[in-house]
Design a protein around this ligand. Structure first.
Ligand SMILES: C[S@@+](CC[C@H](N)C(=O)[O-])C[C@H]1O[C@@H](n2cnc3c(N)ncnc32)[C@H](O)[C@@H]1O
Length: 204
């Protein structure tokens, strides 16, 4: 118990230090509580809003590697920490989808000044229409209903635009829903995170 408290204190202090270093504000402000209702969410199954610890982002840095043609989207991006972190690589594009408008606004502010193209969509992830994304990030953002809608939209998009996609899922409670996607396989587990790959066959 004490060990866990100390660990959290350390991780929080590290987060604040990293925010300062990156010139952003992605930590939860003191006293901030996840809204009981998320007006933009049709299924009302949002989980608590908390950012991924920077330490944990460091531990999956290789999964987050972006090439110039990569487009990363964080579904449930909060204040945009993952996007800011990935954008440090200096290539590719990043997008965030966030249902809570105050968080989306904060994310937008945090992304200002990034050296790569970026966008924040303030909307329900269930309605997000995929285009050319190649890396999807989820950190336990919502429940099975929203996740099922997201998977449905992704499956339709893959029919139109089959492509190689990496999915990073932290605290992967609803990973069974991934099985509805074509050409998907689980590549690796690391702690409470899993890495998936959608790998359509090449056209002859
Ligand atoms: C656990 S936080 C993760 C934040 C960020 N991805 C990270 O790892 O630092 C999950 C976020 O998903 C958002 N969220 C929940 N349900 C949503 C929905 N239906 N559509 C879009 N965003 C949603 C929450 O408001 C919250 O900010």
């Amino acid at each position: 118990m004490i060990k866990e408290r100390l660990r959290r204190l350390y991780l929080r202090a590290y987060d604040r230090q990293m925010d300062r270093r990156l010139g952003v504000s992605t930590c939860e402000p003191k006293g901030w509580k996840t809204p009981v209702e998320t007006p933009n969410s049709q299924f009302q199954d949002a989980t608590a809003s908390q950012p991924t610890w920077y330490r944990q982002l460091e531990s999956i840095d290789d999964w987050l590697h972006m090439d110039a043609c990569d487009h990363l989207v964080d579904l449930g991006c909060g204040r945009g920490r993952v996007l800011v972190w990935a954008a440090q690589q200096g290539q590719g594009r990043v997008s965030g989808v966030e249902a809570v408008s105050s968080l989306a606004k904060d994310a937008q502010a945090n992304l200002e000044g990034l050296s790569i193209p970026n966008q924040v969509h303030c909307q329900d992830a269930a309605d997000y229409r995929f285009s050319d994304e190649t890396i999807l990030f989820f950190f336990n953002p919502f429940g099975a209903f929203t996740m099922a809608a997201v998977m449905d939209n992704l499956a339709s998009n893959l029919e139109e635009n089959p492509r190689l996609i990496r999915i990073i899922y932290r605290w992967d409670h609803h990973h069974q829903l991934f099985q509805t996607l074509p050409w998907i396989e689980r590549v690796e587990n690391r702690g409470r995170s899993s890495l998936w790959r959608i790998n359509p066959p090449r056209k002859a």
